[in-house]
Write a protein that binds this ligand. Sequence first.
Ligand SMILES: [Zn+2]
Length: 318
Amino acid sequence: MAELTKLYPMVQFKKDTWEIDEFDAASIFLLVGTEKAMVIDCGMGIGDLRGAIEMITDKPLVVVISHGHIDHTANARQFEEIWISPKDADKPIPQNIERRRWDTIRIANRQKGCFEGVYKMFKLYPYDINVDIREPGPDEPMPIIHDLEDGMQFDLGGGRIVTAYACPGHSEGEFIFLDEKTRTLFAGDALNYNLGVGAVPLETTLRYMKRMQDLSEKYDGIYNGHHDFRALGAPLDDDCLPTVIAMMEDALAGHIVPCQVPSPWGQDLQLTSEPVNVMAQAPGMMPGTKETRPQRVMLRRGRNFLGINPENLYEKKD
Ligand SMILES: [Zn+2]
């Protein structure tokens, strides 16, 4: 294996609790107990994540995945075993390499506040996109996949017990993780200021968002699975969750006023709930992309954006 970068920005924001920044693409969290260490998420697959983690700890690693999206699973094959919801375990690990490279370039451009030019002029990220984003090597077979179930607990030793809670919406198998010892909640993509849901009825997602709020006696800060909408090592602001809950309640009461927002991905998000052919709308989209966006409208309240599927609001009653 070529020498891969380990130069991730990282910060220990609470005792034995690290946020590893995969160069703005995704965040990986590392929780070190006296017996084991937990890795939450595996990023877009840039560089030698395991090597970087092993610079911090030599404890046996328990790897949990918040959900099955491309930017949370890709370096999972550097580890022997992972835990993921069976509802999200059907996707290949890692997913399409061209897509990963394309997304990574877009993210780097977005973070620099400019498309294309600056990314090419300065090498501000210490990785080589053609080396550090790669297909897994022969020494990286598929990990053993364990089913993550609601309420499952992981004992890292020294009284550090992490509980996994289902939180479907952004994906069907989305999970969040509560570390009561440091009073920290790790939310994956279940909560942020530009939240996309719709994998299950909105009514269902709202119930789980309220459970996240009910758990708030046990945590002081929520960390989403990217360090966007917050600084590295700092939690989301406290208004995020109550605003999302209020927006969902409003939508379920029938108040759906879509807004159009520009997107750094090259296309404006649509006002209608019609399925949109991404290629037709987005000249900046990755060449060869044929995917159709799921039905979605964007709602806004203050600085919160919430993308919902207006065709999938209510649970089916029988
Ligand atoms: Zn996601």
